[in-house]
Design a protein around this ligand. Structure first.
Ligand SMILES: [Cu+2]
Length: 124
């Protein structure tokens, strides 16, 4: 009499199939949504010769700025309103900040306060 055995096998196969579907959905669905999400617009600001380049920039909300220190000297990116602040950036170090809302964000290098920059965030 193999009926009870095959019934149990069938049930465990079905359970396995359901589990496989759940696992598949858990891993594949987020990937689909991630692929559908638009990429975050990104702008680089270079730090070189004790200056931010460009020193002044206008972006739209949701844009990410990446500051890159090309100098041999450490610099920081420290906003006047303290809404963002990097650590000391060594050569080739990067600091990034995504600007969610509109405003004018002035910033300085705390090591060299004569180094200033400003980010204007404006809806188009
Ligand atoms: Cu500096």
């Amino acid at each position: 009499m193999s009926y009870p055995f095959s019934r149990a096998t069938s049930q465990s196969l079905r359970a396995g199939a359901v589990l496989a579907l759940v696992v598949c959905a858990a891993f594949v669905m987020p990937a689909i949504f991630a692929a559908a999400a638009p990429p975050v617009p990104t702008v680089d600001i270079n730090i070189a010769k004790f200056a931010y380049g460009p020193k002044e920039i206008t972006i739209t909300p949701g844009t990410k700025i990446v500051w890159i220190n090309h100098d041999e000297t450490p610099h920081t990116v420290t906003s006047n309103d303290k809404s963002f602040a990097s650590k000391g950036l060594d050569t080739d170090d990067k600091f990034e900040h995504t600007f969610a809302s509109e405003g004018d964000f002035g910033y300085i290098c705390t090591v060299h306060p004569f180094m200033t920059g400003v980010v204007h965030v404006r809806k188009q």
